[in-house]
Structures are given as C-alpha cells and as structure tokens.
Design a protein. Structure first.
Length: 367
C-alpha cells in the first residue's frame, strides 16, 4: 500500500471554521472506488485532510492491488479515532455507506454515528436555484467560487487508469490517481466558503436601516418602494442577486439590500366568521349581526365568504404566507396577501428583520 503525506503551505480556510468545530478535531474524507456498488466494487484510494501542528495536511492511502483494501480501511480507522467532526461531499449518500459496507465485508468495526457529520453537498443543495447552479457537483461549486484544480478527470474515468496501474505500476498513472483524489480533498476545504450561503438563509438577519424610495415597476411606471439594508454574520464569498414577485435582493460581503414595492391602494380585510355578518351592497362592506338591527333589512343580505370584508385605503407590503396580521387581499379569490405598512411597523427593526428573512425564503423557492 502506498501512503502519501502532503503539507498545504500557507493555507487558512476562507471560512470561520470554528463554526464547524475545533479545527484540530476536523477530518475531511474522500474515497475513490472501482464502481458504484460496495457489494461488487472496492475502495482503492482514500484521502483525508486534517490540521496538525499548525498546518493543514493531506494523507492518502492507495492500494497497489485490490487485495490491499483491508489494510487501507484499517489505516483509515486508526487515523480517524482522534477526530470528532467528519466533513465530506455527498458522503451521506455514497462515501460513508460504502466505507461501512466494505469494512463489514473485511470484518472491520467502524461507525460514524458518534461523529458530527457535515455534508457540503447536502448543505448547499437547497440553495442551488437561488445560486443559479446547473447542478451541485463538486467541480460545479468550485467553478462558482473560481477554484482552480489541476485534475481534469472524473472518478469514473479513472477506474480504468487504476486497473492499468495495478498491472503496470506506471508512475504517470499513479500521479493521475493521486492528483484527482488530492484535488477532491483539497477542494473540499477550499469549498467551505460556499457554506456561507447556507448560513445566510439559516442565521438571523440584522436590519440596520430602512428607507423609502421611488423606483420603476416592470412597465416602467413610477413605483414607491422600501429599501431594507441588513448585515450578515458571515461574509458571502461571491456577490449574488435575485428577483421575484417584484422584489429584488443583492448581497455583497457582509451586506445585503432588499427592494420591496409599496402598494398604495384600497385593500380588503375578510372576516373568517362570515355567518355572523351581513353584507351591505350600497356601502360595499360587511357589518356584524350585533349592529345589523339598525339597518333596514331591504338594504342588507347575508354575507358570504367572498362578501364579508371591510375596505381600507393605505400603504401595503406583500407577503407570501400569513406572517403579519391583519392580512389584506384585493379580492377573496386572490392568492396575493398583504399587510399594512403602519407607522409602528416602520419603526420596528425586529419586524423588518423577520420580513427580510420572509422575502428571502420566498425567493429561494423560485425556479
């Protein structure tokens, strides 16, 4: 079995790694296999990245023949004992079950249940559309962050290279195999800043300023809007922007801004218990039965769900679920929801922080 150790010179992750755990207890892992099924394929190469004596290191174990797989797994089990956090890329789906199955076949006891597992792929996958990613492959994320790698092959393409190496022990083939795995492992630690986008959606926002503005709507007409400026706990590695439902977001570094249209018009508040109301067609409004005795029966009718409302003219902001109450609609059948932009709301930074998160959640759902 070939064992290789490399130092990553002058390297510090461009992400607050303490969010993931003590760096001395973190282990990155990636495997290369002869196929997709652990029942019929084996692990021929495993790479790890870890912090040791002030430096980030990469260690690789490569089987010179498939028969050395047991030695490789035993070496990895021995090495991982000192670590509490395991970081991988799609490891929950592939690497970890594969390792456990192959270890079981060789009678080696191994379990990842006691470790804190962080799957970079799984963490970023929900935000792939927001980031406009064509897919969530490791190389795609590396391209997004402008991370360059020497290796140009896929794991599948290197299976035949490994089988050839087992027969010839060709040095160039060995370099290709090690380079690919090394770039995968090194790529993971350089990919950590991508987690900032997951943090962005899962950590509370801090609104620092809200101001009124006049912009243009989709048809070029003047549109009153509010600008929500907020701070991010973790800096975004790459500027991003998104728009949807007439709202716009832009984020750069530790700062973000959201533009939201303000609708100045008449809206309707619909009472839920419409059976306790009468509708007054002449006034176009509903009143409670307790006061209906003062209205001539000829000028009132039983309210329906669609006519049980009160009209109010004011300034309104859109919402996409029942976040703030009372909520208003243009018509009963309309799916668009609004709430009133009152003077009290304008002064409530906590409410605006909640609203900003609500808008971003809406944008995340846009395909």
């Amino acid at each position: 079995m070939i064992i290789k150790n490399y130092k990553i010179p002058n390297f510090s992750p461009a992400y607050p790694i303490d969010k993931l755990g003590d760096k001395k207890s973190i282990l990155f892992v990636d495997i290369e296999t002869t196929g997709l099924s652990p029942a019929t394929s084996s692990i021929y190469l495993m790479g790890c990245c870890y912090y040791d004596h002030g430096e980030w290191m990469i260690r690789q174990w490569l089987c010179e023949t498939p028969e050395q797989e047991k030695d490789l797994l035993e070496a990895f089990v021995s090495h991982m004992q000192d670590y509490k956090t395991l970081i991988h890329f799609n490891g929950n789906q592939f690497d970890l079950p594969f390792i456990e199955k192959r270890a079981s076949i060789h009678g080696i006891s191994i379990s990842f249940e006691g470790m804190n597992g962080i799957d970079i792929y799984k963490r970023i996958y929900p935000y792939r559309h927001f980031l406009r990613l064509s897919n969530c492959k490791q190389k795609t994320l590396e391209d997004f962050l402008s991370i360059h790698r020497e290796d140009m092959y896929t794991g599948g393409e290197l299976i035949s290279v490994y089988k050839s190496f087992c027969k010839t022990k060709d040095a160039k083939a060995l370099d290709l195999l090690l380079q690919h795995n090394r770039d995968d492992v090194y790529g993971m630690i350089r990919l950590l800043p991508i987690l900032s986008y997951a943090d962005f959606f899962n950590e509370p926002l801090t609104v620092r300023k809200v101001e009124s503005n006049t912009g243009k709507d989709a048809f070029g007409k003047s549109q009153k809007e509010i600008l929500i400026y907020f701070s991010l706990n973790t800096a975004l590695p790459k500027s991003i922007s998104c728009h949807g439902n007439n709202c716009y977001f832009s984020g750069r570094g530790n700062e973000g801004i959201i533009k939201v249209p303000v609708y100045t018009e008449e809206m309707k508040f619909f009472y839920s218990d419409y059976k306790n109301y009468y509708y007054l067609p002449n006034e176009d409004m509903a009143i409670h039965k307790s006061v209906s005795t003062y209205v001539d029966p000829a000028f009132r009718e039983k309210a329906t769900a669609a006519t049980c409302y009160t009209r109010k003219t004011g300034e309104y902001l859109p919402q996409w679920e029942y976040l703030f109450e009372p909520f208003f609609k243009r018509e009963y059948e309309s799916k668009a929801l609004f709430f009133e932009l009152t003077d009290d709301f304008k002064e409530n930074r906590e409410a605006f922080s909640k609203y900003a998160s609500h808008i971003l959640s809406m944008m995340m759902q846009i395909r």
